[in-house]
Design a protein around this ligand. Sequence first.
Ligand SMILES: [Zn+2]
Length: 458
Amino acid sequence: MSVPAGAPAPRWLVGAVAVLVASNVAVAGGVVVDRTESRLAPRQGPVAGAHVAARAAIGADTQEVQRAVIALLGRRATAVRRHDITSFMATVDPLAPQAFKAAQRSSALALRVVPLSSWTYELDPDKAHDLPADRVPRYGGAATWSPDVLLSYQIAGFDPQPTVDEIYPTFVQRSGQWYLGAVDDLVSSGLTTQKGPWDFGPLLVTRTRSSIVFGHKGSTALARLVGGEIDRAVPRVDAVWRRPWAHKAVVILPATQQELETLIDEPNLDQIAAVATAESAARADGTQQAPVGDRVMVNPKNFRELGPLGRRVVLTHELTHIATRSSTAGGVPSWLVEGFADYVGYLGAGVPVKVAASELADDLDNGTKLKGLPTDDDFEATNPDLAQAYEGAWLANRLIAERVGPTGLAALYAAVGREASQGADVDEVVSAALEATVKLTLPEFTAAWRSYVRRQLR
Ligand SMILES: [Zn+2]
């Protein structure tokens, strides 16, 4: 879409659904210890020196090391919940580089303004990693241990369930005590500690009726703008999506696009104005848990270029993703997910079709032939024709709504989500849902969409 008064076509994606596989939760010493099948990148082979260091830590008295580190994490969690910087910093390796200590202090300070209803660490003693050779010297021969840890936390009043971040710490023993030594030793093995907005400097919190917005210095005006737009977007979403949902959103305003890319571990967001993210955990039996940690994250660079209408469309789009999340987890095709969010986003916005779908209109003018409905791959952030994918998807949803009304479209979305989450073939599910609502099979609907697009953009 081309947002009027907006510069080069900012895009958004539903994206960045981090997958965790968690099972067999047990509680030990106040800290939940979780045997976790994490989404881990293939690990590089053990490095000799590092292997020795790891052995030194967990060889003779593994249970004792585990207990000590679990207790350390417990003290750390308590310090976060109590805003106790001194106790928090007492968990950090006294011999760590100053830069690491400063970053730890900065995160702890920033966290003091975040309303948390929970903050806990879960440790998997069976998933420990050897240190890469270049990371060994900083510990000067001291015993180290690098097990997988999950951080779970809830934003008070917003997260009904804890959201889960993967972290990859190194613990180090100094004079008999265990400390946190680093969180980035395993980056070269593809194991990157997930960051929160509090890891990027002091936070400012802005509350509106339906949102809590976390920004950095100088973001207050933008935070009010975004929060106000979220408030106004809630009834717009409700007008189409009448199923239960939270009616509120946690919004993150990173200071830079790079911060956003780090937060969601997704490069190349040049075309993206905002992102709706969630974490989706898979159960041991392979089924998906309900998504947690819904967030709207803004790309400050592109978002600031949007006019009022663009901001309205983008944030209504993202809030639609949040409202529909529980129906989306099971594999709803992207043309339905993104097109539905754009349908709600544009509804009543008064944007002419040819303006909203200008890239697709240009393509048709230039003789490009429409193929099928946009595929999931077409919605990759790096697709040079990303705009056309969104526009085609929007028009497909608009066509359905013209035939069966907005609530009919919403019912189709929910039906596809329900069936797809039970493992049915997505094309068959979509086809059946289309037959039940618009009385067309998927191929028939695709043909109808082609002629509708041509008609609308002629
Ligand atoms: Zn989207």
